[in-house]
Design a protein around this ligand. Structure first.
Ligand code: MN
Length: 242
């Protein structure tokens, strides 16, 4: 059986230091997807909606990767000073990819920015800066600790995430300063941090979509079964019925 092909969303750099601009995706996503028995292809952040409708017929699933803050105007908000520079082409490409995936009923695994982008693409809103808007005892933007578990989670029983991870409580890394605020229609929260921040969301209908706010692909120093289980559950959906 050929491996199912899955599309990984990507970012691109501005020209710096005399180097030409390049398309990039962190290798951790590539390794995690390959480790789950999938064949990754990188989707540049510059495709038209028409190109993406063509692409969607050639792939078994979509991985929305982490990265830049989504443009606040996309969810009707005014930009905070603490909101990172957004990538207009990437936002447009990924929002169209979500809509194409929904139309074609392709499974979607959304990670960090991917979860936030997914929520915006489906009509939800974001907390632009947790430290400002939702101060708590937990520091979520611990990008200095990529492979360290910095807070716990409580998983909603009966959720797709609970089924995938086979556990209702586990510890994760936290490399984000934004989070879901209002959930989009058709999404439900399936995990929360102890301070109430939404750490995972999923669709309520038959379209298989799972979004996580943490980075399971980076948790390689002390791997736990639930880290790889999230990719395995996505891979099973990409393979389809046995
Ligand atoms: Mn967190």
């Amino acid at each position: 059986m050929p491996l199912p092909v899955v599309a990984l969303s990507s970012s691109s750099s501005s020209p710096t230091g005399g180097k030409p601009p390049f398309v990039r995706v962190n290798d951790a996503y590539v390794r995690a997807v390959q480790g789950a028995g999938l064949l990754p292809v990188v989707v540049p952040p510059s495709l038209s909606a028409a190109d993406e409708r063509t692409l969607i017929d050639s792939v078994a699933g979509i991985v929305l990767t982490g990265g830049e803050d989504v443009e606040p105007a996309r969810y009707g908000a005014t930009r905070f000073a603490t909101t990172e520079t957004s990538h207009a082409g990437r936002d447009a490409t990924e929002i169209a990819l979500v809509h194409a995936a929904r139309d074609a009923q392709r499974p979607v695994l959304a990670i960090c920015r991917g979860l936030q982008l997914l929520n915006v693409a489906l009509g939800g809103t974001l907390v632009q800066d947790l430290a400002t808007e939702r101060p708590s005892a937990i520091s979520h933007p611990r990008s200095d600790l990529r492979s360290t578990r910095v807070h716990g989670l409580s998983i909603s029983a009966g959720s797709r995430l609970a089924a995938a991870a086979d556990s209702l409580v586990f510890d994760v890394n936290s490399l984000h300063h934004q989070a879901i605020d209002a959930l989009a229609p058709g999404l439900r929260a399936s995990a929360h941090a102890p301070d109430g921040v939404i750490e995972a969301a999923e669709t309520t209908d038959a379209w298989w979509v799972l979004g996580v706010q943490w980075h399971p692909e980076e948790l390689v120093d002390d791997p736990q079964p639930w880290d790889r289980a999230i990719f395995a559950a996505f891979a099973a959906q990409c393979r389809g019925p046995a």
